[in-house]
Design a protein around this ligand. Sequence first.
Ligand SMILES: [Zn+2]
Ligand SMILES: [Zn+2]
Length: 280
Amino acid sequence: MPFFSTSVDKRSRSSMVHFLGTHTRHEIGNGYQSSYAHNVKIRNLRLGDLADKAHDLIQLDDTWRELQQTIDEFDKAMGYRYTIASAGHSNGYLVLLESERVPSGYKSHCRTCGQRNYKSIADVSMLSKTPQGLIALEVIKNGVFVPDEVYLDRDAVKQIDLSKSIKLMAIADAKRRYKDFTMSNRCGACGAQGDKGLVNYEKPHMTVNVFSYRSIDAERDFADWSLHGLRERVLTVKAFDRACDSIRENFIFMLQSCDVVEETILVPKTVKPLSCVCNN
Ligand SMILES: [Zn+2]
Ligand SMILES: [Zn+2]
């Protein structure tokens, strides 16, 4: 049941401009920015008899975790270019924000405690198979700041049956390719190593940056927008509206179906409010 969603004719320029220009908005960032928003204060959600229960349920971390899943799905569906966040005093609004997904820079993670690490773990057995690999291991052990000539004099490098010029090339190459590698996979946080310790990510580990201070259509001046541009924006804002509807529906479903609620309330955990606003 649409609660926040409204209809818009995507063939009509004036209908789309009206939809975008009159959509609820809220301040974001430090108050000078704004974006599309919905009022999710409990008294605005038309929950009827469930409102009292809502005030209690919203205090629980578990509730927030459930509702966050809808936002995670939204992020994914939008290709991580948009996300939904809380805004306003006491988080009484959900707002649409721009975001981007980029490599986090983490190269490995601990299989025991989950700690992330910016270093890659050297594959010692693989590198040990070739003369260049053995030189690389020497560079990984001692670092990129040791001069090439010093590396040539080290026993491990001396023993290798390659010409001096080939060795120098291998040293320079290893300094480039393995500067962020480490020999040990011991976790700095929990001490686990070997099969339990750090392991490289198979694919680059990604993170999402949220542009909390970036307005979306603050001027509401759509005169120069192409029909295509307007449609794209309308689709994004409608997806936001639907996600807010889903969040409300999931919340109502939780209110109706959680018989454990009363018990849970006896041991309230840290408050992480999504939408409970009594004073604002
Ligand atoms: Zn660990
Ligand atoms: Zn409240």
